[in-house]
Design a protein around this ligand. Structure first.
Ligand code: SAH
Length: 471
């Protein structure tokens, strides 16, 4: 089982300080399941590589254990395929580096440096696709080499054990934390008992990144080996952490408690963003502007998908932009990620060159915040002046409001909504826009459609218009 970590930071031998392992010495550690060796196959000024090799003793692993012996206890991939044992070894051998301690060079610990980690054989249950979904949102470039299960039998397909290399500009502590958490998630077979303290361990090593990871639930469930009560508790805490920034938005919050109650039940926010992202991907959109981006929830989804080359968020509310910047951890993003995203302060009511030249514009739950003359101005700005090839508009479907018990009859979902349209009203507005500005529009619904007790179909809670420029 092998993990190698390479840096091209100058001087590259700083890696020795960070790992607390001298490049000139090979060291060996005894572990419960074998021995770990650390050595540097190269240690120059411009490039330095540290290797962690784990010599697993598969026979020792079963010795003294009660029960019947089976062949696969002796003949298995444990000696060479990276598994949760590698994570255990990282914590044991590189524990100081993992906790972000480097007394002789404290400045180094917090400096992102170019790092590459390679694992020649990593079981990935979920394949290269899951590997990417786990590491790319953290800013890594991922490369995966798949191999046939057996070259003599091509029809057997590829092995789940793949060669993995991830590279990025990150701190060594972050890299080790990501590996520590995500290797067992990919392996998905814990070789040790999952105790209650695993939640604390996961939260500790996931600090600063796991709460906002798009796959946080899958990560928690797999890491905790599907121990449901532990995973639920962990996910609850992660959600709470992610909502921290939300806690200090008092009256200025863009989320109305009335709307929030319904949204929580339906998780409509996420459904909307999921649908928008899939429309953008299906249409091959690379450069996208989110107009009235609010606190940046959709921006975060967009940023986590490398497919989108440029993501711009604009909002009129300073406070929302501050929260978005915080939520996206803009200051800590590696440079390549940082270049993909921009937040600007601006208003939809005025022509603004910064929002021109994008493939698509999103107005997600924004138009209903504008009164009629303002909506007219915003429509001109988006469809006549900026005129991207694709515009996606979502807005509440008023007909659905009867489904929400907490809403009194006739009330809007949010105190700042100037209107909420029925499906016909939305369609009529969309038709006018198409006729005036040369677009075609498909309207549809998002969220589960509602039927009242007397059998009246009220449509979906959110309605969406996908406008395509015709000329
Ligand atoms: N699109 C986000 C936020 C919706 S709330 C989401 O789906 O979560 C509506 C947002 O529109 C608020 O953030 C508000 O500040 C913004 N907004 C309202 N009027 C605006 C204007 N004239 N120009 C730009 N943004 C505006």
């Amino acid at each position: 089982m092998l993990l190698s970590i390479t840096t091209t930071h100058a001087p590259a031998t700083d890696l020795g300080y960070l790992l607390h392992k001298h490049p000139d010495r090979a060291q060996t550690y005894d572990l419960a399941f074998g021995r770990a060796h650390v050595f540097y196959p190269e240690a120059g000024e411009s490039r330095c590589t540290a290797c962690l090799v784990i010599d697993v003793d598969p026979v020792g692993l079963v010795r003294g254990k009660p029960g019947e012996r089976t062949l696969d206890q002796y003949v298995n991939d444990r000696p060479y395929a990276a598994s949760s044992m590698l994570a255990v070894a990282i914590a044991r051998v590189f524990g100081t580096a993992l906790s972000g301690i480097c007394k002789p060079r404290p400045d180094l610990v917090t400096t992102p440096i170019p790092l590459e980690a390679s694992i020649p054989a990593l079981p990935c249950r979920g394949g290269p696709e899951l590997l990417r979904r786990l590491f790319e949102p953290l800013g890594y470039t991922v490369s995966a080499v798949t191999r046939p299960l057996d070259t003599a039998f091509p029809s057997w397909g590829d092995s789940a054990v793949i060669g993995v290399s991830i590279s990025g500009t990150v701190t060594l502590t972050d890299l080790l934390s990501h590996l520590y958490v995500l290797i067992p998630v990919l392996d998905n077979e814990k070789h040790y008992w999952v105790g209650d303290d695993e939640v604390a361990k996961l939260l500790r090593h996931g600090e600063g990144w796991l709460a906002r990871h798009p796959e946080r639930e899958l990560i928690a469930r797999r890491f905790l080996k599907y121990r449901r009560n532990l995973a639920d508790e962990c996910i609850r805490q992660l959600r709470e952490q992610d909502g921290d920034a939300q806690a200090d938005i008092d009256a200025e919050s863009t989320v109305d408690p009335r709307e929030e109650e319904g949204e929580r039940k339906l998780s409509l926010h996420q459904q909307r963003h999921g649908v928008i992202v899939s429309v953008l991907e299906a249409r091959g959109v690379r450069r996208v502007v989110d107009l009235g981006c609010g606190e940046g929830h959709l921006l975060r989804d967009l940023l986590s998908r490398p497919f989108f080359e440029k993501v711009l968020g604009m909002d009129v509310a300073h406070r929302s932009l501050e929260i978005a910047a915080d939520r996206l951890h803009l200051e800590r993003l590696p440079p390549r990620q940082r270049e993909r995203i921009e937040l600007i302060h601006g208003s939809l009511l005025y022509r603004d060159r910064r929002i021109e030249g994008f493939d698509a514009a999103i107005l997600c739950e924004v138009i209903e915040h504008l009164d009629e003359p303002r909506l007219e101005a915003a429509t001109e700005v988006v469809f006549r002046v900026a005129k991207p090839g694709l515009v996606i508009v979502t807005t509440p479907n008023r007909e659905y409001n009867v489904m929400w018990e907490s809403l009194t009859a006739g009330a809007t979902r949010h105190k700042d909504h100037r209107f909420e349209w029925s499906r016909d009203e939305f369609r009529a507005w969309a038709d006018t826009v198409c006729a005036r500005f040369g677009y075609s529009c498909e309207t549809s619904g998002i969220g589960d459609p509602g039927i009242t007790p007397d059998g009246h179909a009220v449509g979906c809670p959110t309605q969406m218009g996908v406008f395509s420029r015709v000329t």
